[in-house]
Design a protein around this ligand. Structure first.
Ligand SMILES: [Zn+2]
Length: 281
């Protein structure tokens, strides 16, 4: 983490300690409205807030390992974060998948969203055909105004729902935080109905044939090794195989390569990022 990022982080945590939650949510909302107005334009479009902007905000953290290991979708990048609703390039990629490849927005569906991204959650909740469940494991450092208070506590390695409960599961950028990710994968498989699907995005190091897992308790070491202080491994090109070992059939999709009928530049997605969709047959 850069020194400036650390300073911003500590200012935020000091503010959070005395600004009441509801007031914090309001201040954040006001700031986002202002930013949305300030950046208004016609170059990029965010499907979550339905607004167009001259560009997205930069985002991501700068770590050496991200370049060294060729980690897709990591590192500091320009044109990433929606100024109005804070959707990221990853979130907009998910939208393109949901819109183009699923019937989430039109057919009755029971969907579990694990560690929900705010803009994605807000959009899915608007649809009456979606029976929407959401859970997260709250730990220190994850008490941001970004999170709703009605998200239920969930341990992904011990999901509290019965077998074959859900038609669809969205669980993005979670597995790299989980020590026993194989157990998490088998839990996702267990609660999924046959014929169901899950979007299971993780950072992938394209330089690694096989994922990297080194046990360490040091945040600094994890930053250096995996690109983030709270990641416990770095997935490599064998990630789909790991999902297959949990029982899934894995489809790897890429909107740019497959020429999906969207102006991808307009959505400001990372065209290098693949979608990993796991199916239970
Ligand atoms: Zn937006």
């Amino acid at each position: 983490m850069k020194a400036s990022d650390r300073i911003v982080k500590s200012i935020k945590s000091i503010l959070k300690s005395f600004v009441p939650y509801n007031l914090g949510v309001k201040i954040r909302g006001g700031w986002q409205k202002f930013m949305g107005f300030y950046y208004r334009g016609n170059n990029v479009y965010c499907p979550y807030c339905g607004q167009s902007f001259k560009r997205m905000l930069p985002g991501g953290m700068e770590y050496k390992v991200i370049e060294e290991r060729d980690i897709v979708g990591g590192g500091y990048r320009d044109n990433i974060v929606c100024p109005r609703c804070y959707s990221t390039d990853r979130d907009r990629l998910i939208y393109l998948y949901l819109n183009h490849k699923t019937s989430v927005f039109s057919q009755p569906i029971k969907l579990l969203h694990i560690a929900p991204e705010g803009p994605v959650r807000a959009l899915l909740r608007k649809y009456n055909n979606i029976e929407y469940y959401t859970g997260d494991k709250f730990t220190e450092g994850y008490n941001d105004y970004y999170y709703d208070r009605d998200i239920i506590q969930m341990d992904i390695t011990d999901i509290q729902y019965e077998d074959e409960s859900f038609d669809a599961i969205i669980c993005n950028h979670v597995l790299e935080h989980i020590l026993n990710d194989r157990l998490a994968m088998s839990e996702i498989y267990r609660v999924m109905k046959p014929g169901g699907w899950a979007v299971l995005q993780v950072p992938i190091a394209r330089s690694l044939e096989k994922g990297l897992e080194i046990e360490t308790k040091s945040n600094k070491e994890r930053e250096d090794l995996f690109g983030q202080f709270d990641h416990v491994r770095l997935y490599g090109l064998d990630y789909p195989k790991r999902l297959e070992q949990a029982g899934f059939k894995v489809n790897i999709l890429n909107p740019a390569r497959e020429q999906w009928p969207f102006d991808l530049k307009k959505y400001a997605i990372n065209e290098e990022e693949n979608l990993y969709v796991a199916q239970k047959l």
